[in-house]
Design a protein around this ligand. Structure first.
Ligand code: F6P
Length: 493
C-alpha cells in the first residue's frame, strides 16, 4: 500500500501548458499558494496530481499522453493528469459559480442589496457547470484509484465541494481529506445561495474524513454552519461533525512558507537584473504590494490611503514610490474586469494629483513575474497587505522572510496570517482608510531600532514553520483517524 501514489486533486494544477509567440509549447508553473504549498509534498512522496485542464494546450497534451504526464518544474517532478471538461461547463463552473459565487460568499464580497441575483441562468450554471466539472474530476479520481487498496485522496479548495460525495459513493474504503485554502464564513453568509446548492455543498464536504482550514476560527464557523444549516450533529470539544452516520474531523493547519527556498531565490542570478533596475529607480522610501488583482485584496482602499498620506504629508513628495505588482486574475468574470479598470483609473487620479514631471507616486505593474516580485520583497521599506478577508495570505510571510531593509509589514486584521504575525506587524482594519494612511506614515518614520525589532520578530515567527509542518500535521491526523484513534480538539491560537 505504501507504494501507492498519494492522489492530490485541485482545480489548478502545478503546471500549465500554452503556446509561445513562435508556436512552440511552453510550460508555466500554476500560480497561487495552493501549488506552492503542495510542491514540497510532491518532492518527497509518490504523488499523482489530478487537476483541470485550464488551457487548450493542457487538453492537447493530456490527449497526446492519454493519461498522466510527467512534468518537471523548479527541480520537482510531478505526475499530472489534466481533466478536460466540456468548455461551456467549465466556463459556468469557474466563471459563474466558483468565482464569483463561492469566492464572494467566502470573502464576504457581495454587496447584498444589489447582488447576487440568482435566476435560471445561475441555477443552470450550478447544474450544468459546477456539478459537471466535479463529476468529471471525481470520475478521474475513481478511475485512478481503482486498483488501490484504501487509497488516500487529498482534495483542495472551493472548486471541488461536491466531488468527495461522488468518490465516497464508489469507494467507501478511501480516505478523503479536503483542505479549504480560503476563509470559512459565518452561517448567514451561506444563506445567500439556494438551499439545494447548500445541501449539496455540505453533503459533498461531509463525505470527507477530515476537512482542514488555516485557522481555528474557520473550523468554528464550519461547525456552526453544519449545525445551523443542515442540522448535523456537532461536537465542539473534539471538533467533529457526524452526518448520515459518517464522522468528519474538522481541523486547523496554518500554512507556512519555505523561507530557505525563498532565500536561495533571493540570492540567485535570476533576480539580479530586476534588483539592479529597482535600486537604480528607487527613491528614499519604497512601498510595495504584491497581489492577484482580486477584489478581496482591497487594492483600491490601499491607494486611497496612500493618496490621503501624500495629501497630509507633502514632505514625502518625491521621496517615496509605491510599486503595486498585481497579477491579472479571472478576467472572464465581469466583477474582476471592472475591478482592474477601477484600479487603473484610481492610480491615474492619484498620480495626476501628486505626481511631477519626474516622479510618479504609484508605479502600477500588471503582470505575473515571480523573480521580479522577489527582487521587490528584498528591498521594501513598507509592505502593504490590507486584504478585506484572506484565508492566510502568503505574501505577508514570503516578503519579510527575504527583506534586507528591516521593512515594516502593514497587515489587515482579517487575514489568516495576522493570527501569527500580528504582534510584529502594524495592524490595520482594512476598511479604515484613515488608519491605513496613518500606518503608512508611522512605518516610514519609525525609528530604526523599532523597525529592526519588528522585522527580526517577523522572521523568527515565519521561520518557525514551513509547508512541511503543514503537511505533517495533516498526515499525522490521517494516520490517527485511520488507526481509529479518537479526535483531539484543534489547539487554540
Ligand atoms: O487561495 C485560493 C486559490 O485557489 C489558490 O489556490 C490560489 O492562490 C488562488 O486561489 C488562485 O486562483 P485561480 O486558480 O482562480 O487563479
Amino acid at each position: 500500500m505504501s507504494d501507492q501514489p498519494l492522489i492530490i486533486v485541485s482545480n489548478r494544477g502545478p503546471a500549465q501548458f500554452d503556446r509561445g509567440p513562435d508556436g512552440e509549447r511552453t510550460i508555466g508553473r500554476g500560480g497561487g499558494g495552493l501549488v506552492t504549498a503542495l510542491s514540497g509534498l510532491a518532492s518527497h512522496r509518490r504523488v499523482l496530481w489530478i487537476a483541470s485542464a485550464m488551457s487548450e494546450e493542457d487538453t492537447i497534451v493530456s490527449e497526446e499522453a492519454g493519461g498522466p504526464v510527467e512534468v518537471e518544474l523548479g527541480g520537482i517532478k510531478y505526475d499530472v493528469e489534466m481533466v478536460t471538461s466540456n468548455p461551456e461547463a467549465y466556463d459556468l463552473f469557474y466563471n459563474v459559480i466558483a468565482n464569483p459565487h463561492l469566492w464572494f460568499i467566502q470573502h464576504y464580497l457581495w454587496d447584498l442589496s444589489n447582488a447576487p441575483d440568482i435566476r435560471a441562468e445561475e441555477k443552470e450554471a450550478w447544474e450544468r457547470g459546477y456539478r459537471v466539472v466535479n463529476e468529471d474530476i471525481a470520475g478521474c479520481v475513481i478511475n485512478r484509484i481503482k486498483d488501490q487498496e484504501e487509497p488516500l485522496v487529498m482534495l483542495h479548495d472551493y472548486h471541488l465541494y461536491t466531488a468527495p460525495a461522488l468518490i465516497r459513493a464508489e469507494r467507501p474504503d478511501a480516505f478523503l481529506h479536503h483542505f479549504v485554502h480560503i476563509p470559512w464564513p459565518h452561517a448567514d453568509a451561506w444563506r445567500v445561495i439556494p438551499n439545494r446548492w447548500r445541501e449539496q455543498i455540505f453533503k459533498g464536504l461531509l463525505a470527507n474524513d477530515i476537512i482542514g482550514f488555516h485557522l481555528p476560527s474557520y473550523v468554528h464557523n464550519f461547525l456552526d454552519c453544519c449545525r445551523e444549516l443542515i442540522g448535523a450533529e456537532v461536537d465542539y470539544v473534539k471538533d467533529t461533525v457526524t452526518f448520515e452516520g459518517h464522522e468528519t474531523w474538522i481541523r486547523a493547519y496554518p500554512l507556512g512558507v519555505d523561507s530557505a527556498r525563498l532565500r536561495r531565490v533571493a540570492e540567485s542570478s535570476a533576480i539580479v537584473n530586476y534588483e539592479r533596475e529597482l535600486l537604480f529607480r528607487r527613491r528614499q522610501h519604497l512601498i510595495i504590494r504584491v497581489d492577484r488583482a482580486d477584489l478581496s485584496k482591497n487594492i483600491l482602499r490601499g491607494f486611497t490611503a496612500f493618496d490621503q498620506f501624500l495629501s497630509e504629508h507633502p514632505e514625502f513628495h518625491e521621496r517615496v514610490t509605491f510599486i503595486a505588482h498585481l497579477q491579472p486574475s479571472r478576467q472572464d468574470v465581469p466583477e474582476y474586469q471592472e475591478y482592474l479598470e477601477r484600479i487603473e483609473a484610481l492610480v491615474a487620479v492619484v498620480n495626476h494629483r501628486h505626481g511631477t514631471t519626474d516622479w510618479m507616486p504609484i508605479d502600477l505593474r500588471i503582470y505575473d513575474n515571480f523573480h521580479e516580485a522577489v527582487a521587490r520583497y528584498k528591498h521594501f521599506d513598507l509592505l502593504i497587505v490590507n486584504a478585506l478577508f484572506d484565508g492566510m495570505n502568503l505574501v505577508a510571510k514570503e516578503a519579510p522572510a527575504v527583506n534586507t531593509r528591516d521593512g515594516v509589514l502593514m497587515l489587515s486584521e482579517n487575514t489568516g496570517s495576522h493570527v501569527e504575525l500580528g504582534e510584529a506587524a502594524l495592524t490595520v482594519n482594512p476598511f479604515d482608510i484613515d488608519e491605513q494612511a496613518e500606518a503608512i506614515h508611522r512605518a516610514l518614520t519609525m525609528e530604526p531600532e523599532e523597525r529592526k525589532a519588528r522585522a527580526d520578530r517577523l522572521r523568527e515567527i515565519i521561520d518557525s514553520t514551513d509547508p512541511g509542518t503543514w503537511i505533517d500535521g495533516q498526515l499525522s491526523d490521517i494516520e490517527a483517524k485511520r488507526a481509529g484513534r479518537p479526535a483531539e480538539p484543534t489547539p487554540a491560537r
